[in-house]
Structures are given as C-alpha cells and as structure tokens.
Design a protein around this ligand. Structure first.
Ligand SMILES: *Cc1c(COP(=O)(O)O)cnc(C)c1O
Length: 493
C-alpha cells in the first residue's frame, strides 16, 4: 500500500527566530577588525542610521541554520516526492542544470557588463533562441519575458503593434473557455474585448464555431495546445486558416509544450506567436512565485516588433541591439532571468533532439497510463487519448459526500502533492493530474494506489478523507483568509 515516504520524524514545534537565542549572542565569531572605520553616521546621513533595531533576534550561526533547515523540511518540493500538478509541469530538475548555472563566468556576470565582455552569455542566449526556434518552427525568439503570463503580454503587444502598423483597427480577441486565466487577462491588458469560445462536446475547439465568431474586428485567437483538458486541438490547422482568412493572427499558449517536443511544431499548425514556459517544459525550477522565464517566438512578419534588446550576431561577435524603431520596447531590466536561461540551455543540450522527443513521448505515455488505471475508480469526463495530463472529477465520490478538495487533501497523507483542482472551469470539480515524464513506473503505481485507496475510503469511511490531511503540520487552512488578510509581520505580544 502507498505508505507515506519521508514525511515523518520532523520537528514540528519550531519557535520563531525572535523567540530563540539570547542577548549578545552572534551569528559569527571572527577576530576583531583592525581597520579604523569612521562611525556609521559619518558614512551615511544620520537620519538614515537606526540606533537600535527593536527585538532583533540575537542567535548563533547553528541556531539560524537549524531553524531554516527545519522549516524547509515542512515544505513539499519536487525533490521530496511526486508533484502531479496539472498544467504546471512540476517535473524533476536535473542537477546538471544547476552545475551549469553556477559556472562562475555565468553566475558572477554583471548585468551592466558591456557586450564586449559578455560574449559567452550573449552567445548562450542567441543559441537558446535558435534552439527554441527550431523546436517550435518559429522564425525569431525573444528571451525577455519573465513568465508565461509576461510572454502572453509581450505576444499580445506585438499582435497589437502589427495591426496598428497595417492601419487595421481591431477590437476583439477570441479565447476558448478552457483557457488559463492569464489568456483573457493578457488580451484585456492590451485593450481588447475578450470573446469566449465554448469548447466542443469532445473537449476541443471546433473550426466551424470559430468561423461563426471571427470577423474583421478580431485581432487574434488565443489557443492553448494541448489544451487545459490535456487534449490535442485536432482542428487547429483549420482554425488558423479561418482566422487568417479574416486578417487575424493566431496566438498559441505553449506553456505545456512538453507534450509536443520533437514531435510537432506549432508553426506548422499555423501559429503566428507562441510563448514557452522554460520553467515547465525546459525543467528550470519553479514554484513559490518564481523565478520563471517565458520566451516568445514569432513569425518573420512580427519580428520587427520584438522587445529590445534583440541579440544579433555579426560575424563571430554578439551584440544587444536597441535600435529597433518598431519594437514594443523593453519588458524588463537587462536581459531577464539569465540563470534560468542557462538552465534551459543546459537541459536542451543534455537531452539533444532524440532525448527531447523521448521527454514528450514519456510525458504522454505516463499521463495515459494514469488515466487508464484510474478510469475504473474516478469519473473521466473526456474519455479520449490524452497528451501530458488527464482530467477527472469527483462525481462518484461526491455521492458519499467526498469532494475534489477532500481527495486532494488526503493525497498529502501519502506523500503526494495534490493535483491541480477546480480547473479547468468547464469541468465541474476537476482533478487535473500531470504525472510528467520524470516519474518511474513504480512511482506512478504508488500514485495510482493512493488514489484507489482514497476512492475506497470515500465509500466505506468517508470521515478519513473529510478530515484529511492527518500527517502534515497543519491540516485545513483558511485559504481565503490567508490570501485576503495575510499576516506578514511578527509583533511581540
Ligand atoms: C502556467 C501556465 C500559464 C502561465 O504561466 P506563468 O509562468 O505562471 O505566468 C499560462 N497558460 C498555461 C496553459 C499554463 O499552464
């Protein structure tokens, strides 16, 4: 049976750092400094110098290290166990990427260093752009955006600039009802009215439905492929033709490209603009709010609008080009999350074309394996071969009063991170499971066993599921209050 792994024996009663230590205790022991330094208030304006920090903790080095290490162990992480969070692609991050990112020439490069002294970094960025262009079939790529949503914004700004440059006033963007919430948000930020497209009964977009909505006011359609039901958009080619015929462009949310790598190129499906999530498909770490990277690929027709700086190769030299009069401008300071770019570059080189194709094949195989094994126990609303993830609901367990949230919480007791829940919205009470390609057959079987056990418990002892999780430090948190009234500061008493 799926017993919890690695989640017992932790110290749960951790006092705050403020409650530890003793007056006069210090985090270092070094010989006294023998350099005469002027008093602080001569170095800095005196009104900026604080005499005393009230209640500042006075702790030794070992107290600090143990405090933070113990707290880190309360957290779930991809290095602790499976993390089948649908759409988020929480796959294992190979440590060779970390080695590469720590090479001093990369890790210590200063963002203000002149191009002449940054040739290696610029070459890496230029080559990564070429790799992503090859993988997707797009003509040009920018590495500027710092996340998928930032990539969407960059892409939609380029689409808007393209239409403005051709004197075409367009007001609407079509977005399917399965889209990630960032899609309509990005379109709205660019001033477009969002027109939702209902998904077909089979879980993908129908070209005829798109045709009935597209007119000369449509700037673009934003499609996600594979979509958030984990299904391939089978009519994508026709949809692109229908939109292009009326002068619109096709934006593809490629956050989940891990199902297509080395097998199909979005450009061949008629895509004009595509964003990648390096922190999903290309294995750079993510979670906890960042950092990410959301490069965008475009066709030649849109290349003039790419954000600055654009990295150009002249002979054997590389240069950041800011002189791009039609550019949408800067998206962020300097060159972006350079460390993320090094990791993705290293990942792509380490796997090579055949390896990347195998990543996609295994991601799809693993998701279909889970889908088939869980199908007898959980309601599967779209029973078709899936891509990198599969979506179930709580319909059967709901008859016993056990719902999606309860199932997700109970999984934590088995050392498994809950899947994505209640998304996509078109599926009532969704459980969206993405195993990723990095889980072994044994690990997948453990996930399956945990799900099956929960399905049985729902029937015979629902309280066990309803009161879960039983093992973690905290059980059911008030998530709404945590978000609306976060307590970010400690005060004594
Ligand atoms: C993750 C995701 C995004 C947003 O990416 P961020 O890097 O979190 O901004 C957009 N669309 C889809 C389908 C995603 O899975």
């Amino acid at each position: 049976m799926a017993e919890p792994l690695g989640t017992t024996g932790l110290i749960f009663n951790e006092p705050l750092l403020f409650e530890q230590g003793a007056p006069g205790r210090r985090g270092y022991s070094l010989p006294a400094c023998d350099v005469e330094a002027p008093p602080l208030d001569q170095l800095l304006p005196s009104h900026l110098v604080r005499k005393e920090i009230e209640d500042f903790p006075e702790v030794s080095e070992v107290e600090v290290v143990r405090h933070f290490t113990r707290m880190s162990q309360w957290n779930f992480a991809i290095d602790v166990g499976p993390y089948p969070l649908g759409s988020c692609t929480m796959k294992y991050n190979p440590k060779v990427n970390e080695e590469a990112a720590r090479i001093p020439g990369f890790a210590l490069a200063h963002p203000g260093q002149p191009d002449a002294l940054s040739q290696g970094a610029l070459r890496l960025m230029h080559e990564l752009e070429r790799f992503l262009a090859d993988i997707s079939g797009m003509d040009a790529v920018t590495l500027q955006p710092a996340a998928g949503a930032h990539g969407e914004l960059a892409g939609m700004l380029m689409i808007r600039a393209y239409h403005i440059a051709s004197d075409s006033v367009r007001t609407k963007v079509l977005v399917p009802d399965t889209a990630h919430g960032t899609n309509p948000a990005s379109a709205a930020l660019c001033g477009y009215k969002v027109v939702p497209i209902p998904t077909g009964e089979r879980g993908y977009l129908r070209a005829e439905r798109v045709a009935s909505l597209v007119d000369d006011e449509v700037a673009a359609i934003m499609v996600t492929n594979p979509n958030t039901l984990g299904l391939f958009e089978e009519e994508i080619g026709e949809i692109a033709q229908v939109v292009h015929a009326r002068g619109g462009l096709v934006y593809c949310d490629g956050a989940n490209l891990n199902a297509l790598l080395g097998i199909a190129r979005p450009r061949s499906m008629g895509i004009d603009v595509l964003h990648f999530n390096l922190h999903k498909t290309f294995s750079t770490p993510h979670g906890g709010g960042g950092p990410g990277a959301g490069p965008v690929g475009v066709t030649r027709a849109l290349a003039a609008f790419l954000p600055v700086p654009v990295i150009v190769k002249e002979g054997e030299r590389f240069r950041q080009d800011y002189d791009r009069p039609r550019s949408i401008g800067r998206l962020r300071a300097f060159c972006g999350n350079f460390g993320m770019l090094v990791r993705a570059y290293s990942y792509i080189l380490a796997y090579g074309p055949a390896g990347l194709r195998e990543v996609a094949e295994t991601a799809v195989l693993n998701a279909n394996y889970l889908k088939e094994r869980l199908k007898p126990y959980y309601h599967l609303p779209y029973d078709r071969p899936c891509m990198h993830e599969c979506v179930f609901t709580d319909r059967r367990q709901g008859q016993h009063g056990v719902h999606t949230l309860d199932i997700a919480k109970r999984l934590m007791d088995f050392g498994i991170h809950p899947p994505t829940i209640y998304f996509p919205l078109v599926v009532q009470a969704a459980l969206m499971i993405e195993p990723t390609e990095t889980e072994s057959r044994e690990e997948l079987d453990r996930i399956v066993e945990a799900f099956i056990r929960i399905a049985r418990e729902a029937e015979v002892e629902p309280a066990t599921v309803l009161e879960a999780p039983h093992h973690p430090k905290l059980s059911r948190l008030d998530e709404v209050r945590a978000a609306r009234q976060p307590r970010l500061r400690w005060r004594r008493g």
